[in-house]
Design a protein around this ligand. Structure first.
Ligand code: NDP
Length: 255
């Protein structure tokens, strides 16, 4: 196998949660371009179908799936639907997430729970559902989308629930990597810095001082700049890697 062959995902089945837009959409594209058949999930079937149609138009085998990641029953159902539609799952990318910012004293319990339920419980439910199938088949690769917010405190908008959720995702990555290595399942995380998406409009002037200038590269990232790393983590190219957190932040966390 040549080094470039080790990046090929030909014949693999991948699931990307929250793939209707932003980072998840770009990661689905990258996995598909590397050869995987990709199940794309969103909370509504319409949103998932739109993404799947776009992927299919660029020659990628794509299956739309409706999935609310906070519901463990829907995570189990997702595994059934993907297995029926594309085959058993080789790669799971836990990307679905929300970043609703409120300062601590102004954070109602409902908001705290919504952020943790989506960003942390969602990763847990999908990992358990897919992990059970991967363990039964003897292997797979899980990539969790964490954040540099697991390591730094974003300014000037306080968002303690988000920061806590992402730090927990990084540690859950390590916990599952350790526990599931004997099953042949590798679990790694990507920790992006500021990436331009609907949820993160960092091209707006008010973000320049806090989100762009402090990065060594003095710019924000684009969703497609995370694609090559997820392809690397998904397949044979990263065969000796598990429990790692790969930071892609244009040098934001250097200082
Ligand atoms: P977007 O808001 O653009 O996209 C979020 C995606 O998650 C959508 O596809 C949305 O689907 C889905 N989603 C949200 N809540 C749920 C839910 N409860 N169940 C199922 N799907 C859900 O966000 P980004 O692309 O910016 O972020 C993607 C991930 O990357 C998140 O985990 C985020 O924390 C992380 N991240 C983002 C950074 C950035 O700067 N953008 C930096 C670091 C990490 P739909 O609404 O269609 O159902």
């Amino acid at each position: 196998m040549t080094v470039l062959d080790s990046f090929s995902l030909q014949g693999k089945v991948a699931v990307v949660t929250g793939a209707s837009r932003g980072i998840g959409r770009a990661l689905a594209q990258a996995l598909g371009e590397a050869g995987a058949a990709v199940a794309v999930t969103a909370r509504t079937l319409e949103a998932a179908e739109k993404a799947a149609d776009e992927l299919q138009a660029s020659g990628i085998t794509a299956l739309p799936i409706e999935l609310e990641v906070t519901d463990p029953a829907q995570a189990d159902r997702m595994v059934e639907l993907v297995s029926e539609g594309l085959g058993p799952i080789d790669v799971l990318v836990n990307n679905a997430g929300i970043s609703i910012g409120r300062e601590a004293l102004d954070t109602p319990v409902e908001l705290w729970r919504e952020v943790l339920a989506t960003n942390l419980d969602g990763v847990w439910h999908c990992s358990k559902a897919v992990g059970a199938q991967m363990a039964a088949r003897g292997g797979g690769s899980i990539v969790n989308i964490g954040s540099m917010s697991a390591m730094i405190v974003n300014r000037p908008r306080w968002q303690p629930a988000y920061l806590a959720s992402k730090a927990a995702v990084h540690q859950l990555t390590k916990a599952l990597a350790a526990e599931w290595a004997p099953h042949g399942i590798r679990v790694n995380a990507l920790a992006p810095g500021y990436i331009l998406t609907e949820a993160s409009p960092v091209d707006q002037p008010e973000y320049r001082e806090w989100c762009v200038e402090p990065a060594a590269m003095k710019r924000y990232g684009l969703p497609e700049e995370l694609g090559p790393a997820v392809v690397f983590l998904a397949g044979q190219a990263s065969s000796f890697m598990t429990g790692s957190v790969v930071v892609i932040d244009g040098g934001f966390t250097l200082f």
